[in-house]
Write a protein that binds this ligand. Structure first.
Ligand SMILES: [Zn+2]
Length: 88
């Protein structure tokens, strides 16, 4: 029996277009490049979010560095202010 299910390893899929869902940059860099793909927890782990498929997605390293453990709304506001928000 598994003692704790709080950490469930899974593969986080890349977006089909390979673009960061927040700023739209092509995530084809190699970490620690700003355009390297990294796993983001939509609800940060430190805020009670879990490492589950519905709370994780691949975003670019730059967006992750801006967002850190803040809500998505903070990142979107920062991207909007800098004119880097992905056109949707
Ligand atoms: Zn990004």
């Amino acid at each position: 029996m598994i003692e704790s299910a709080s950490y469930i390893p899974h593969t986080v899929p890349m977006p089909d277009d390979g673009l960061c869902p927040y700023c739209g940059v092509a995530m084809d860099g190699t970490y620690p490049a700003v355009n390297a793909p990294v796993i983001d927890h939509t609800i940060p782990l430190s805020k009670g979010g879990r490492h589950t498929p519905d709370n994780t997605l691949m975003i670019c390293n730059r967006c992750n560095c801006i967002k850190r453990d803040r809500p998505v709304s903070y990142l979107l506001e920062k991207l909007h202010q800098s004119g880097a928000l992905a056109k949707t």
